[in-house]
Ligand binder design. Structure first.
Ligand SMILES: NC(=O)c1ccc[n+]([C@@H]2O[C@H](COP(=O)([O-])OP(=O)(O)OC[C@H]3O[C@@H](n4cnc5c(N)ncnc54)[C@H](OP(=O)(O)O)[C@@H]3O)[C@@H](O)[C@H]2O)c1
Length: 332
């Protein structure tokens, strides 16, 4: 391998965060047993926060973001993987304060990696990425809580976004009746193609949301936006239903009372993909590659080169992106 490669580096200059493609060396990478040649990464909400220098994700700059990476093992000092193995690395500290997937090489602890399921290509694994793992963990928790396909409608909020669009696809694949809540009236066809049975606007979900309880409708809810929409969804969840919470695209607040929990036995389950235990991570990847594999996985992604992310960083933070964006590092 060449000792030099390319990486996107965000640095602070005169109080502004700027991004450039830089030549880096393997010696610049942090300690870790596992050296991976990255083929693909992806764009997640957190990556945009890190790349644009927004508080809460990355503390130290200059920094290379990218919480997702998929590629080929170059070497592994503890023997957990062999050279040439194909692996997926997502979450933990990757792209937070550890050089992330917007780099042609990463070096990480081997415990952060899982083997690529044989049914997926590296590119497909990054179309799924952290968003797919998060949607998969959410579906896992809904099913664990007793939400069954025959039990009625499941609501997905932020449905056109990364997590939301994969959630719609995998729930539909698993046989659930999916209702997609979206702020984008232009994307109804996109959501129907993913498998949404019905589509509702954010306004419809929020109608009468100030009431202590709402008319019940949802067998389960997979929420990515937080705030008033999550509160309204919980207030309209059926007796014994389950609501998963993974994001804050609208707000980190939850303006709610206890009535849905004490009168309707609704459960609220938190989802974290970053520190998710390896065993569960493997199981969810296996299901994403098999029984839950989205029908139109390849058609729903946009591919960009490493130097083509700038617009996408701004769009995702404004809630304007659609589906998933994969980053090609092979030719970077
Ligand atoms: N817990 C975890 O492990 C984990 C993992 C991945 C992501 N997340 C979190 O999940 C959230 C979504 O991530 P993502 O990568 O899917 O982002 P994304 O692609 O930007 O999707 C978010 C979607 O939410 C909707 N939305 C945006 N702003 C909104 C607002 N103000 N009010 C209501 N809806 C709004 C939009 O969909 P519509 O236009 O269709 O409504 C948007 O496309 C983020 O907060 C992210 O940090 C958490």
């Amino acid at each position: 391998m060449s000792n030099y490669f390319h990486a996107l580096v965000t640095e602070e200059k005169d109080g502004q965060f700027v991004r450039q493609i830089r030549e880096r060396s393997v010696n610049d990478l942090p300690e870790g047993e596992l050296l991976v040649k990255v083929h693909y990464s992806s764009l997640n909400y957190k990556d945009a926060l890190s790349a644009l220098g927004r508080p809460g994700v990355t503390k130290r700059y200059p920094h290379t973001p990218g919480i997702d990476a998929a590629g080929e093992v170059v070497s592994c000092a503890n023997g957990a993987f062999a050279a040439g193995d194909q692996v997926i690395v997502t979450g933990y500290d990757l792209g937070m304060n550890t050089t992330g997937g917007y780099s042609q090489y990463i070096r990480v602890p081997s415990a952060w990696a899982v083997r690529l399921p044989k049914e997926l290509t590296l590119r497909e694994s990054m179309i799924l990425g952290t968003a797919g793992l998060t949607a998969g963990l959410s579906l896992h928790q809904l099913a664990r809580g007793g939400v069954r396909p025959e039990g009625g409608e499941v609501l997905v909020t932020g449905a056109t976004g990364g997590v939301g669009s994969i959630a719609v696809s995998i729930l539909a694949k698993a046989g659930y009746t999916v209702v997609a809540a979206t702020g984008k009236s232009s994307e109804h066809e996109f959501l129907q193609a993913l498998g949404a049975r019905h589509i509702i606007s954010r306004e419809e979900l929020l109608r009468d949301a100030h009431h202590p309880l709402l008319k019940t409708r949802w067998n389960g809810v997979l929420d990515v936006v937080g705030g008033e929409m999550l509160a309204a969804a919980i207030k309209s969840t059926n007796y014994g239903g389950v609501v998963t919470c993974c994001g804050l695209a609208a707000s980190p607040e939850l303006p709610l009372n206890v009535f849905p929990f004490i009168l309707r036995a609704v459960s609220l389950v938190g989802i974290d993909s970053a520190q998710c235990p390896t065993e569960l991570r493997r199981e969810v990847w296996q299901r994403l590659a098999g029984e839950w594999r989205p029908e139109h996985l390849l058609q729903t992604a946009t591919e960009v080169p490493l130097d083509g992310l700038e617009e996408s960083f701004h769009a995702i933070l404004k809630g304007e992106s659609r589906g998933r964006t994969v980053v090609n590092l092979i030719d970077a």
